[in-house]
Ligand binder design. Sequence first.
Ligand SMILES: [Fe+2]
Length: 906
Amino acid sequence: MLNSQLHKYSTPLSTKTLIPWHKPFISGEAAGASFSKHQESKPSKKNKPFRVRYVPGSRIKAVQVTPATTDKATKVVATVIVQVTVGGFLSNLGWKRGLDDITDLFGKSLKLELVAAELDPATGSERETIPAFASRAGREDVDDIKYECKFTIPQNFGEIGAILVENEHRKEMFLKHIELDGFPNGRININCESWVHSKYDNPEKRIFFTSKSFIPSKTPSGLVKYRENELLAQRGDGSGERKESDRIYDYDVYNDIGDPDKNKDLARPVLGGKEHPYPRRCRTGRSRTKEDPLSESRSSFVYVPRDETFSEVKGLTFSAKTIYSVIHAVLPSLENAAIDSGLWDFHTSQPLTHCFNEGVDLGEEPKATLFNLLPRLVKTITDQGKNVLLFETPELLDRDKFAWMKDEEFGRQTLAGLNPYSLRLVTEWPLKSALDPGTYGPAESAITEELVEQQIKGIMTIEEAIKQKKLFILDYHDLLLPYVNKVRELKGTILYGSRTLFFLTPINTLKPVAIELVRPPGKGKPQWKQAYRPGWDATSAWLWKLAKAHVLAHDSGYHQLVSHWQRTHCATEPYIIATNRQLSAIHPIYRLLHPHFRYTMEINALARQALINAGGIIESLFSPGKYSIEFSSVAYDKQWRFDQEGLPADLISRGMAEEDPTVPHGLKLAIEDYPFANDGLILWDIIKMWVTDYVSHYYPESSLVESDEELNAWWKEIRTEGHADKKDEPWWPVLKTPQDLIGILTTIIWVTSGHHAAVNFGQYHYAGYFPNRPTIARTKMPTEDPTEESWKSFELRPEDEILSCFPTQIQATRVMAILDVLSNHSPDEEYIGAEPEPAWADEPIINAAFEVFSGRLKELEGIIDAKNADKNLRNRTGAGVVPYELLKPYSKPGVTGQGVPNSISI
Ligand SMILES: [Fe+2]
């Protein structure tokens, strides 16, 4: 176990211990300031394609600056690092480049203005800024261009609080950082990492603050106005259509999923509002459709605030754009190849594995596109000069070709697979629906006491099983049943309400004992339901396999639409919008959360564009079809609660844990060997301790939380705007104390890191081999209203029944290609606790806490390895078993089934 060592950093920390901000730098009191040993090091250049970040160990500290001389003025050199970008002003494209070269030639590339931290004490008014033009001074390295200028700072200017930047070029530029050198006691480094618009597009100057963070009440007097104005600008006024260079964060409902102007079958209801509660998305302000005045028209460009986007940089191969390309350019080619080759010839001697072992000849074309976008899938066989579509063997299949058929593996994956969020403890018997029997038929379950006891006979009675917490359930009955009749109107899919009951064996493994499938009354037919159990004869064994295929399709849908999309990607977007609207970039909580929001808005915009849209990938692959995203709204309405999004509360809500102060994490698990919960709780605690240290430093007392108007506005907006349909719920945590804040922030960071990693990066491992997790069930059970002919056909060739129930060839190919991309870590992935933000590194106490945080995460790697080697933990070890590594913090690039990134970026 981890030792609790953080406490020594966790005592309430007063800002009094820090370098006093109010000392004017010119006062000659340098002896009182302390400086980092790193302060003279140069900013390093991390050789990344785009997401170039601050690198630890090469820090430039923003320190109190005190000139060595007592002359009237200090001369300082500013170096500005600008990244070369494809679309920015350094690109070779277009006439604007010529004008920008001339601008560079005349030394008027960038106008910088130093902003004094404090107002003039004599007059109480703002000091004049100190301007200078920076001109191009050559390349810093292959990715960066350097600009330089000189400032002469008068004696009475005081400390520098910020820099205003005006881009004199005709095109935007990506500003990485600004370094001010010439102070005898160290440089000031201002981290920017931001797109700066051309002044010809927008005359407003950009402001970049130094790395010292301030809650509003402690803002240096000279920065108060800038702090407020920056937030006002980012809020916008709620009108107009957003353009690419905007930095405005605002809310809207999900009304751009449908495309009613293109085809009335592509009309979809608005998600967000009373009828279909939903989190809010970023407002784009596009015009409404002609057919539906409530829907927004779709466009090839979907706005996200400028700094939320991936950049176009040479060599960038992993991004939302890759996914878009895969969907639009690659999938059709793959599908044709798969069909032409008979890839899914189930009657061959090697059914279902051909695509992994031998591959499919793609011929000569279109090799370049395919190979570049899906290098893992498309192999070039050079000696034969051919391109071959060869899917990487998913980990599950690689370790055990028969795993998908096994009941014990079915049970294990509810605890250690890619959807560990659904299993619940059974606390009441008999099982019963809460739906209206008048509409949905009798509420009683077909899973009877007798049926269950047949399965657990000799071990215990059902009464004992409930009492001893031995029964668990995947319950998709009440959520799915209202959609069954609607979905059955669609072509090529079928749906049931389902319940799957598991028994916890003495060795902590789950044995599935019964599956119930239910169809509500409709079209003149009464309710139909049937309970299946692992068979004792050939027919019932086949029916059990078929029932399992249905439940797996339900679980696949719930995983993708709810556990993954709705609870992580979708629920997080309002946090990001509120953070940028209400917390200044100089606010410590903004700086704590910022790395956890990287690229989420862009990946979500892409999802609206090509994944969850009407007729898009999700609708074409999952059982609920066109109702898929609407279904995620139902789950949001009935299940989502902020106070249960943190891991401990989630486990308690499902009966998977109960509070017990005598055990580690204060939680006793209902299933001791629950790999997701075992590793997740350690990660949760590590995050919470880091957040505790961070919050305690800036909020040593509750009054500071209560009086922080930005923080309170932020929390209010998350509740009443971002999650507006839940605004009146009584369960929202109140925000009055540092402890409240720690709880809220830990929950948000857990969702963006641990939760998302657990449900995202195992997708190809487990669902890449579709028999293990079919996304759709296409045919009804042979026992539902059978005809003599259909039953005979089933008896004659039962395997045909299951193959026609599984996804089609095209669906399976799409799933594999998409999951391969979605499960991928990019080479520049940013993992939790790997690197500090510049502002954290510049605050000694925060930096020390971060190093402990980082150390504990590295320790977690070893803990997980040790668990995976423990033969007593049968849900993560054993013959053919895929070890549970999804919450190991770090990973190399690619599809690895491990690694916890800071943010939801894929
Ligand atoms: Fe994801």
